[in-house]
Design a protein around this ligand. Sequence first.
Ligand code: CA2
Length: 144
Amino acid sequence: MRILVLNGPNINMLGIREPGVYGSQSYAELLRLLQVWADELGIEMEHYQSNHEGCLVDKIQAAYGTFDGIVINPAAYTHTSIAILDALKAVAIPAVEVHISDVSQREDFRQISYAGKACVKTIMGQGLDGYRQAMVFLRDYLSK
Ligand code: CA2
């Protein structure tokens, strides 16, 4: 089972500021944890982070025929990007949306998720463990 983990803008800055919102673990630590969890779950995992919307769209398109599932935290593009929504719909790869913080309890402008409309599940407010939960969900979902 091949899973692509996608992260959007500023996720590479994790741990540097706003520890009260996003925790104190760094992006490097997230990458280490992703590999530990993937190994435990028997998942072949690749990850990619970009600050550029089109690069994320390119990566989603390139996943077509190559990956069985996508875990995506589109970060701020969650709330703005119809291009990412359309790309997820175009490839029709089962995708799980992850947010480190509980966006439902935050500002009004974070209350819309375009990408989420193309996802089979959303996990939010679980910190970095949300990525593990997303991989577990996809493993079970894809095994059915
Ligand atoms: O909670 C999440 O995972 C978010 O996707 C994170 C995004 C935010 O725009 C979404 O509304 C919710 C922000 C990414 C990280 O931004 C940082 C800001 C300051 C310090 C470090 C990272």
